[in-house]
Design a protein around this ligand. Sequence first.
Ligand code: PEP
Length: 250
Amino acid sequence: MRQRIVAGNWKMHKNAEETEDLLNELIDKIPTDLDQRVIVAPTFVNLSAAADHLEFTPIEVAAQNMHQAEGGAFTGEISAGMLESVGVRIVILGHSERRAYFHETDALLAAKVDTALKHEMEVIFCFGEELKDRHAGQHFNVVENQLKDGLFHLEASAWKNIILAYEPVWAIGTGETASPEQAQEMHEFIRDIIRKNYGNTVAEDVSILYGGSVKPENAAEIFSKPDVDGGLIGGAALKSDDFTKIVLAI
Ligand code: PEP
């Protein structure tokens, strides 16, 4: 069954004390009886404390990245097993900042996805075109290729642990939002190509989140579109009032 999800990507923000404060505010403000899933992704160093803090709450915790290897001489990296060992069962992979600043390719991301799934983690898989792609009329091709190269090697059964996050790069952290119509058009396209490759059940069951300058003011309209199943939120996830409003807008 398709799930409605709002996830907050905290990026490289919030030290230990600030993390605890924001979590406490979210625990106070977000009702406990919601049908939608609420996920937050603090930085690696605060994940263990966040997972402990959120253990008896409906708010789930995700990592922002992980390495594809099980372990080894990879200075500065974090493995799926390490995330699991601190109670993290969800990982964001393929964020545009990882692709752009850390040169993560589709092939690397496919390997990370495989490792996460081997650990029975859920993957929030991010993808989306740059502005130049949209201007060149290539946005559908770019998105299709990112999905094909990152995910379409998976068996249909693996898709129960995949959450998609369409994030047009030109809308991330820029204040520019895709219009609800642009988001719906792309989400419908994404669901159609999944249907072509995996059939109707996988296509209908997969949650497709929209990300890119979602705010309390525009969330409800974006979430009202039939193929938009929630959001991946950056800047607005750092303020408990804004994030709570977005969670409640779904
Ligand atoms: C993001 O980084 O995933 C994101 C959507 O950021 P923002 O909401 O700030 O555009």
